[in-house]
Structure formats: structure tokens, C-alpha cells
Design a protein around this ligand. Structure first.
Ligand SMILES: NC(=O)c1ccc[n+]([C@@H]2O[C@H](COP(=O)([O-])OP(=O)(O)OC[C@H]3O[C@@H](n4cnc5c(N)ncnc54)[C@H](O)[C@@H]3O)[C@@H](O)[C@H]2O)c1
Length: 362
């Protein structure tokens, strides 16, 4: 029996009801998830596991693989005896024997948080370039129906304000030598590989560009803004901003994002990039204040403070605005985000609160 958290159980049921056709396409298949112990990979594995048990006719058989470079082995330990899930320690770059044929490949493996990828630029490039190449080769060899590449909204760099909201055809304003280049540029080349494998070998690659996804399961020490705020809120504050609070982001609750991404995998056009996110653009200060209200008492929000990061490069090449144009994914996939930021943050906080309670009680 799967024991994902209560919040993820609820999310799974909502997803089953909102995108039934997508799960029908994933039924009775073998699915490889790379980077499966990370935030997004583990959420996908949990959702499929919950739905397998709720309706065994789904019968989605998952190989959940990770090399644990940016996470720990505990995240999916509750699925150790799940008959639908095989947990596998593997580096996506050099694993050669996967032991079965895959119908779908969901390639999430890549460090995603600057505090993890900046000290390891070569491993970051390796996962996004060589790892993506391996996964495309594997999709071809197995005759897979789709290989989903998790690119990033970071491929747009710091966009020209005339291109906010940012459509997929915007080419980006990106440094190839700055402190984030290993990530941004390897995601760009990963997309080029997907396009090229389709053009030359008809491998059905699918590409999503996630925009700041947050939600249950993200590690509290991940180093991205929402887990940092959650961690501070659990300790009673203050909520700390390491910028002046003016940069904007459009945060997307993970259930919406994964529904959109699975939609792209199954219904999206091959070799076409799709923005997937939420177009509710907010300044960092707004987000921090919202979090302070959610975690505080009525009329008594937590403190919000501004500090300077100890890391001199913390804000270098940090985009000043981020907001997706969702026209294309709406039209091709029928995607529509449904969780507003306040609801999503409250839900995420509840998840951590429950988990902390469970840990203390255990
Ligand atoms: N979460 C977001 O908001 C967001 C935004 C843009 C892009 N993405 C992309 O989505 C994917 C998943 O992101 P996430 O937030 O879950 O990141 P994450 O850091 O939580 O998880 C990534 C996982 O990949 C694993 N990994 C890294 N290199 C590997 C390798 N060579 N072989 C096997 N496993 C490897 C790590 O150990 C980790 O468990 C990444 O490709 C990321 O770049 C995420």
C-alpha cells in the first residue's frame, strides 16, 4: 500500500478527475522516471502509485531511478514494497541495462537549484546533455511513445520586458559564461537534442519549460525561495528576502504543473517546447508577505526581513521578471492551472506541518 502524504493523495484524486484521458494513455505501460528522488520526479511517482492502488486497471509500472547527487535515498522509501514501483540507483548518463522496455520516459534528472548546480557545473551539464542524449537513444531503442525532457524557464535568461509574459518563440537573453550558465545553456542544448532526434530519427521527444514550481515534497534545504520560506515559517519566522523583493516570479503549484507536463507527454506535439506554469506574476516581496500571513496568526503575520546573501554571486544573472505565456499549452493540451498562489502556499505549508508532526511523533 502506498503511503504518500495525505496532501499528495488528495492531489492524485483531483488529477485523476481532471485529466482522465492522460492517465488512460499511461495505463498498462512501463514508465522510466529519472531524477525520481527529486521534487518533481518523486511527486510523479507518488501520484502514479496512489492511482495504481486506487484503480489497479491503471497498471502503470514505474522504474524510479536517481543517483542521489542532489537528494537522499529516503524520499521514496515508503514505496520500497510497492509492486508497481522499482527503485533504482542509477546515473542517467551511464546506466546501460534498465532490465525492461519502456513505453514512456520522463527525464527529470538534473540538479535544479543554484545552490546545488553551481558547485557542480560539469555534472549539471552531463545530466542535461549526455543524460538527455542517452534517454533519447533509449526511447528510440525501445520504440517509446514519448520521452519528456524537463527543460526550464531559465532558458529565457533575463527576458526583455517586451516579452513578458514570455512566449515559447522568445529566444532568450542568456549568459554562456555566468554563474548560471552550466544550467541555462545545458537546458538549451538539451532542447536542441530533442529537436534533432525528432528531425533526424523521429524519436518522439516532448519538451516542457517549468516556471517556478513549488509544493509538497520539495526538500526544505533545497535552497529555492518557497522551501526557504517554508522552513523559516515552520520555525516561526522571520521570512527572509535576499533581494530587495522587487524581482517577480510566477509560481505554479506542483499538481497543476505535473498535470500539464503529463498532458504534454501524451498530447503535445513532438519536439515542440511548451511553457507550463501559472501566469499569476508576483513580486518576491508580495510572496513573502503572503507566506507571513499564512504562517502567522490572524492580524499578526510573521516578520519579513531583508538581508544580504553571503554569496557574492547570489543575484548575478538572476532574472528580474518571470511570467509564462500559456497560449500554446492551452491550445494543444487543454492545460489550465487551477491553484492560486495563496491556496498552493497554504496547502504546501500544511504538508510540511503534518510531516514535522509525524516526525516528532515517530
Ligand atoms: N522545480 C522547478 O521549479 C523546476 C523549474 C525548472 C526546471 N526544472 C527541471 O525539472 C527537473 C526536476 O526538477 P526538481 O525540482 O525535481 O529538481 P531536484 O533537484 O529536486 O531533483 C532532481 C533530481 O535529479 C537527480 N539527478 C541529478 N543528476 C542526475 C544524474 N546524472 N542521474 C540520475 N539522477 C540525477 C538528483 O539527485 C535529484 O534527485 C530538473 O530537470 C529541473 O532542471 C524544475
Amino acid at each position: 500500500m502506498s503511503s504518500a502524504s495525505r496532501i499528495i493523495h488528495e492531489d492524485a484524486k483531483v488529477m485523476r478527475a481532471t485529466i482522465p484521458g492522460v492517465f488512460d494513455r499511461l495505463a498498462n505501460s512501463n514508465i522510466l522516471v529519472t531524477g525520481a528522488s527529486g521534487f518533481l520526479g518523486s511527486y510523479i511517482v507518488d501520484i502514479l502509485s496512489v492511482l495504481n492502488h486506487a484503480s489497479p486497471s491503471l497498471n502503470a509500472n514505474i522504474v524510479a531511478s536517481d543517483n542521489f547527487i542532489a537528494t537522499n535515498v529516503d524520499r521514496l522509501v515508503h514505496l520500497k514494497t510497492d509492486p508497481f514501483v522499482e527503485l533504482r540507483t542509477a546515473n542517467v548518463v551511464d546506466e546501460t541495462d534498465w532490465g525492461r522496455k519502456f513505453d514512456w520516459i520522463i527525464h527529470c534528472a538534473s540538479m535544479a537549484s543554484p545552490i546545488y548546480y553551481r558547485p557542480r557545473p560539469l555534472e549539471t551539464i552531463d545530466a542535461n546533455v549526455n543524460g538527455t542524449w542517452r534517454m533519447l537513444d533509449l526511447a528510440e531503442a525501445h520504440g517509446a511513445q514519448g520521452m519528456l525532457f524537463f527543460s526550464s524557464s531559465e532558458i529565457y535568461g533575463d527576458p526583455d520586458p517586451r516579452f513578458i509574459p514570455t512566449p515559447e518563440h522568445y529566444r532568450g537573453y542568456v549568459s554562456c559564461t555566468g554563474p548560471r550558465a552550466c544550467y541555462d545553456e545545458s537546458k538549451r542544448l538539451g532542447e536542441t537534442l530533442c529537436i534533432s532526434f525528432w528531425a533526424q530519427r523521429k524519436v518522439p521527444s516532448k519538451i516542457v519549460r517549468p516556471f517556478n514550481v513549488y509544493g509538497p515534497g520539495q526538500r526544505l534545504n533545497d535552497g529555492r525561495m518557497v522551501p526557504d520560506m517554508m522552513s523559516a515559517a515552520l520555525d516561526g519566522g522571520p521570512i527572509v528576502l535576499l533581494s530587495d523583493g522587487s524581482p517577480t516570479r510566477s509560481f505554479c503549484y506542483v499538481r497543476d504543473f505535473i498535470a500539464g507536463s503529463l498532458g504534454v507527454l501524451v498530447l503535445g506535439k513532438p519536439a515542440e517546447p511548451y511553457n507550463v506554469g501559472n501566469a499569476e506574476e508576483r513580486s518576491m516581496l508580495d510572496v513573502a508577505r503572503m507566506m507571513a500571513e499564512i504562517a502567522g496568526h490572524p492580524g499578526r503575520p510573521l516578520d519579513v526581513q531583508f538581508r544580504k546573501s553571503d554569496d557574492a554571486q547570489y543575484l548575478v544573472d538572476n532574472p528580474s521578471r518571470r511570467c509564462p505565456d500559456l497560449t500554446k499549452v492551452r491550445a494543444d493540451v487543454g492545460y489550465e492551472p487551477s491553484v492560486d498562489l495563496r491556496t498552493g502556499l497554504a496547502r504546501t505549508f500544511e504538508f510540511y506541518h503534518e510531516r514535522r508532526h509525524e516526525t516528532v511523533a515517530a
